[in-house]
Design a protein around this ligand. Structure first.
Ligand code: UDP
Length: 334
């Protein structure tokens, strides 16, 4: 297949590009490199440009007759979305409409969209299945939910088939150690803990120990990046083969929750093997953090035949640690 990966120089997109290329597909990456890195897009043909540029999209779609498009390019900082919603509606909604319209004009019918657990807002029950109400509590979640809605309308009106994949906590790194997370600023728990262990950061702060959970810290569903990517590949195959059509959405997580304290404990066990440790500090709750967010991903399993391979938290952290050590020695992340 010929696949366009928008945002293929970013954390999740780059892992997807490698998986597709390794499976023998021809991959073109469209990335404006504002947050992505050239070195991460190494497995695809990189076109540097904006997804909101209709002339560029027209040229690309005419030159390559893509079988499908995967879209990972989005602004994704919850706090920033509250202070600067315009950026989120512009990048995540308006630019994506430009992309979808170019697909429609050029007869490209298969679209895989990175959605998020943030479309659900405060959980009413957990684990969260696809029937859970979607009431986002920040512009980031709202922007992704708007796209899910737009995709339903585009499926009906234009026959654009799509799968929206709602990620819970994406984490881990390429098991080969070639790719990993390079966010700036970094806000996610696992890379922050590991940066504290490698000495790139002074300490890790626990955001609140007074939640209604077993140990008082927030519980999340951590899903390995490779498992996320395998779900995308299955979703695209399901669309291209005609097994699935319309606008479908799946929740993607392991279905088991780990507390912030459990992540810290697991990370300590991993880094101690290489003679490292880190300092833990206590902090206030971070606004907008629900106590528990765990996915029910049963639908992706039964309908796509998706099974996560790296469910073990320690394995996830080992892969991320391998990557962090490379970054700390400044080999790859430039
Ligand atoms: N967290 C923390 N300290 C940090 C970063 C995150 O205690 O420096 C907590 C955060 O409050 C949440 C969990 O770790 O409960 C996962 O946060 P992350 O930002 O990784 O992902 P999110 O669940 O917000 O998508």
């Amino acid at each position: 297949m010929k696949v366009l990966v928008v945002g293929g120089a970013g954390y999740i997109g780059s892992h997807m590009v490698k998986r597709l290329a390794r499976s023998g597909h021809e991959v073109v990456v469209l990335d404006n490199l504002t947050t992505g890195r050239r070195s991460l897009a190494q497995y695809g043909k990189l076109i540097v440009g904006d997804l909101g540029d209709p002339a560029l999209l027209e040229r690309l779609f005419r030159e390559y007759e893509f079988d499908g498009v995967m879209h990972f390019a989005a602004s994704s900082l919850v706090g920033e979305s509250v202070s600067d919603p315009s950026k989120y509606y512009q990048n995540n909604v308006a630019c994506t409409i430009t992309l979808l319209d170019a697909m429609v004009r050029n007869g490209i019918k298969h679209f895989i969209f990175s959605s998020t657990a943030a479309t659900f807002g405060e959980p009413v029950y957990t684990p969260i299945d696809e029937a859970h109400p979607q009431e986002p509590i920040n512009p980031y979640g709202a922007s992704k939910l708007m796209l899910e809605r737009i995709l339903k309308d585009y499926a009906f009106a234009y026959g654009l088939n799509s799968v929206s994949l709602r990620y819970f906590n994406a984490c881990g790194a390429d098991p080969d150690g070639e790719l990993g997370e390079c966010h700036d600023p970094e806000t996610h728990l696992i890379p922050l803990v590991l940066q504290a262990a490698s000495g790139r950061r002074k300490s890790i702060t626990v955001f609140g120990r007074d939640y209604a959970t077993e140990d008082g810290t927030c519980v999340r569903d951590y899903i390995h990046i490779e498992d996320l990517c395998s779900a995308h590949a299955l979703a695209l195959e399901a669309l291209v083969s005609g097994k699935k059509s319309g606008a479908i959405a799946y929740n993607l997580g392991n279905g088991s929750g780990y507390s912030v304290q459990a992540v810290i404990d697991a990370a300590r066990q991993v880094v101690i093997k290489t003679g490292h440790t880190f300092i833990v500090e206590e902090g206030q709750r971070r606004p907008g953090d629900p106590a528990i967010l765990v996915a029910d991903a049963g639908r992706a399993r039964t309908e796509l035949g998706w099974y996560p391979q790296y469910e073990d938290l320690q394995t996830i952290i080992e892969h991320a640690w391998h990557w962090e050590q490379k970054q700390a020695s400044d080999v790859l992340c430039n």
